[in-house]
Write a protein of this length. Sequence first.
Length: 406
Amino acid sequence: MRKIGLFGWILIAFAIGIIVGAIVGEPMVALKPFGTLFVRLLKMLIVPLVFATLVVGVASISPAKLGRLAWKAIALYYVTAAIAVCIGLVLANVTGIGTGMPVGELAAVEPKVPPPLSEVLLGIVPTNPVGAMAQGQILPIIFFAILFGIAINLAGKVCEPLFNIIDGIANAMFKLVKIVLYYAPIGVFALIGWIVGTHGVGILAPFAALIAVCYLGYILHVGVTYALFIRFLGKINPWVWLMRIKESPTFAFVTCSSSATLPVTMRVCQENTGMSKETAGFILPVGATINMDGTALYQGVCAVFLANAFGIQLGFGGNMIILVTAILASIGTAGVPGAGLIMLMVVLGAVGIPLEGIALIAGIDRILDMGRTAVNVTGDTVVAGIIAHTEGEALLPGIKVGTATA
Ligand code: ASP
């Protein structure tokens, strides 16, 4: 492991997984449990890691700074999400994807119904924090952890022992992340091999244009929007930044889960960019849960794709409705595989596109999910990096590249 480094092994596993998956095909489904094991190991870390790092992060920040960080984060989340949807809408409208797509047998798939917005908002406040932890509900855990951290901060000296214990848990969880990552190459091989083996090339062909437009959008958003933001607001070379955090989008790509990738994101941000524990501990868990630019972009593209397929004229007004609802729907999307497809129904419903349309996309959604999740976590690191810079943190200098990959 020493010489090649963990990231090198992951790339090798990734490449072998694609080749083996393409050759072996459908029987690769037998490897799925090895990939599932990897995702389960990552998920095992989420609740204690999010709770401990968030409490420690918030408790170490003054309430005034906390408010400032929150406002900066929210502003950046909204602005970048709006740009993401605009990129998606422009690309989809210019290319006219979906026109002439046969939509014949769609009623066969029963769409799941997204919960009403009021329920989603109320659900953020846990009636039982321990219950929320037991069920792995991230938003309620974040809500409680932030208040708990503020309370520890306000209580001062009397809560110092409690703070030290939770800080100890956070440190132990980081060690555990490191241990779990030794399994990563096997997990990555199994996941990518399974996806390539079961999806094959045939199923993708009719959707080649949709996949190409989504991925073009993802690349533009990372290569232009994020590059400009991190360059001008974070004063960091975008390429250097991408190289420091590259493990995070790689894991997101194969796991299709921002939440499961969070332990890796927190590790690369702290170890490879020098981001402080407070900023990483506060901004990254929140970002992994609500900052989903890749998802917003995908929803914009898919809405236009389906409108074209069903022969619905959206016009400027329809596109604007998609813009607003895709931003909101992406914020409400959970950081788990396929969540964006379910929330796409909110967008479709808002402009009167038949919800059955998601059946068209469902078969290839995993392929689109990989890219959008990679964009989502890249955005989380970019926002956290910008905030760290504006808070006067010295990012990058003196940090040896790849310390988190050894
Ligand atoms: N899989 C995405 C994520 O975890 C969410 C989505 O389905 O769009 O970030």
